[in-house]
Design a protein around this ligand. Structure first.
Ligand code: PNS
Length: 165
């Protein structure tokens, strides 16, 4: 069985992430979507909220027989991968600007654990400029984000914003 871990912050999940997961589902039988628990960051959504959003939007993509598991992890990604007995990390590349950061992470992970390989998929060009960070910024400043995140995510972001004021 071909398995991969797709790690990230997913704060929140965007249509760009879903595009990579859908593409990955053609290559893997099981994808573990692993949300990094980072106590240093001040996220918009808690880990539990991000997990719940992912679990609700994953069934909306065309994933064939691929099985999805949503989990969170803390600490080194390669250690988590070893613990889960997965030897492939899946990451998406949107534009050349992602390359350097991704290369650094992939090479560091390879140095830490040579048995683990990172596989990159190119995001669809419609998502080349979509990131969780920009989506949050645009939304907080009153811009439109439909098409960048699933409607459910936008709804939850609206609730968060309304609760702030
Ligand atoms: O979606 P993101 O925020 O770009 O994802 C980054 C992530 C979670 C893949 C990365 O920060 C990570 O793997 N963190 C775990 C810590 C770790 O293993 N660091 C060493 C390898 S660079």
């Amino acid at each position: 069985m071909r398995r991969a871990i797709y790690p990230g912050s997913f704060d929140p999940i965007t249509n760009g992430h879903l595009d990579i997961i859908e593409r990955g589902s053609k290559l893997f039988d099981e994808i573990i979507i692993a949300i990094l628990y980072n106590p240093d960051k001040n996220p918009l959504f808690s880990i539990e909220e991000r997990k719940a959003l992912l679990e609700q939007v994953l069934p909306t993509i065309n994933a064939g027989n691929c099985r999805f598991i949503v989990e969170d992890f803390e600490g080194l990604l390669v250690e988590y991968a070893i613990k889960r007995r997965v030897d492939t990390i899946l990451r998406g590349i949107r534009a050349i600007s992602d390359y350097e950061y991704e290369l650094q992470m992939a090479l560091m992970n390879r140095k830490l654990e040579p048995r683990i390989e990172t596989v990159f998929l190119m995001a669809g060009e419609a998502f080349s400029y979509v990131s969780s960070r920009l989506v949050k910024q645009v939304f907080a400043l009153g811009g439109k984000i439909d098409g960048f995140v699933p409607p459910l995510v936008e709804e939850q972001m609206r609730k968060k914003l309304n609760n702030k004021f």
